[in-house]
Design a protein around this ligand. Structure first.
Ligand code: SAM
Length: 222
């Protein structure tokens, strides 16, 4: 999305391409998700001492007992959300902003990502990284995302990057008719749910499969 001028020529681009080519084959990624993930420099989002591990397909620590999500999980969630240019998307659990940047690449300048993080220090780091990379279509909010973010609702898409005890009612309310949400639910045994709201406002839920996320805290969390 941002115009970064000169193409990146460092060793990280090569590592990122290798990882993304593998994930494209293994997960049968769409061109839209593959090319967005290829444009986002994950090594900038991890703490400096983890840069050399940034293109291993694994979560990494970002401080405060939290993690940056594994690339395959980000890719799977983006595919399940069926993101389109122009979508208004709510993310719960910003971390350092990696997943939000990928979604922002996909929804483009006519779309918007609102992302809520409860830990102010992580939100601040995300703001600095996203600004340094030139993202203008991402709004980082500090707060309890288990309540959603009413003032920008409704959303075309919602996704949650921490596991909830059950699907928070405010998130269902803040989803547009015809919208879609992806959310991990459970404590030790977690499942990734896909929630669809049809044009009449009726809800359909289905389980994609087992996953492992950090807990969602807050009023509708643990
Ligand atoms: N999206 C991140 C990325 O791109 O790598 C991954 C974030 S990490 C797996 C989950 C995040 O959810 C943590 O930063 C945690 O602080 C946050 N979190 C947990 N409960 C929350 C809540 N109620 N509201 C907002 N953020 C929350």
């Amino acid at each position: 999305m941002p115009d970064r001028g000169q193409p990146e020529t460092d060793v990280y681009l090569e590592r990122r391409r290798r990882l993304m080519d593998r994930l494209r084959d293994e997960l049968n990624l769409s061109e839209r998700v593959y090319s967005a993930m290829l444009r986002v420099p994950r090594h900038i989002f991890v703490p400096y001492n983890y840069r050399d591990e940034a293109y291993a397909d694994t979560p990494l620590p970002i401080g405060r007992d939290q993690t940056i999500s594994a690339p395959h999980m980000v890719a799977i969630m983006c595919e399940l959300l069926d993101l389109k240019e122009g979508h208004k998307v709510l993310e719960i659990g910003t971390g350092r902003g990696y997943h939000a940047a990928i979604v922002a690449e996909i929804v483009g300048k006519s779309g918007k990502v609102i992302t809520v993080e409860r830990i102010g220090e992580l939100a601040q780091q995300a703001i600095e990284i996203l600004n340094s990379l030139g993202y203008e279509n991402i709004q980082v909010v500090v707060g309890d995302g288990s309540r959603g973010y009413e003032s920008e609702a409704p959303y075309d898409r919602i996704y949650v990057t921490a596991s909830a005890p059950k699907i928070p009612e405010p998130l269902i309310k803040q989803l547009k008719n015809g919208g879609k949400m992806v959310i991990p639910v459970g404590n030790y045994m977690q499942n990734l749910y896909i929630v669809e709201k049809d044009e009449k406002g009726d809800i359909k839920k289905r389980v994609w499969g087992a996953v492992r996320f950090v807990p969602l805290f807050g009023e509708y969390g643990f």
